[in-house]
Design a protein around this ligand. Sequence first.
Ligand code: G3P
Length: 224
Amino acid sequence: MKLFIDDANIEAIRELIEYYPIDGVTTNPSILAKAGKDPRETLKEIREVIGDDMIIFAQAVDLSFEGMIRDAHMIVNLLGANTVVKIPSTPIGFKAMMALQKEGIPTCGTVVYTPMQALLAAKAGASYVAPYVNRIDNMGYDGVGIVKQIQDILLNNNMACEVLAASFKNSQQVLELAAYGIENVTCGPDVFRGFVKNAAIDGAVQDFVDDFEKLTGKTSMSSL
Ligand code: G3P
């Protein structure tokens, strides 16, 4: 499973790529708005921090077909290779995905709340579909269950499209999808930090050092 950071805070991205096995960064217009400056500058900074080999996702904002295509071109010109353009999974979005596929620009069908949206985005040529797990949960439905259903639809129809599950609030949602073989997950920094935030782990790690120090007076092997 690939792990993406769903955030545009440069310091958080720096921290997470240092300590976690990260595969890239996903953004959306709301995430870019939180950064509070020109979104082109934010996206370029993210590209610089993660390097050219990691994937970055950036979303077309314009809601017209022509505007989506223009936004997609602008995003790819700004960020170069290994860039995926997120397109809302709506009828105009499907049209844009079909057109961008012909141009060889990879897209992600985003704002996915239903399996039908995912099916249509995949058929329209999207390389990824992004269902919103926690937002679906908040509507009273089973976000994890819907992502599993989407995965089944893609696999059973041999579609060249991967799930990029998004909108997580806890580790359990991520783990359930990892166990199911979901290829990509994107989480905000707080969810990442919660993955191994556990007093039992911290206590056990410290106990080893304390026991070693009692024996040797040192806190590392190399200082013996
Ligand atoms: O990128 C879209 C998705 O991650 C939304 O997440 O946390 O705003 O529900 P959230």
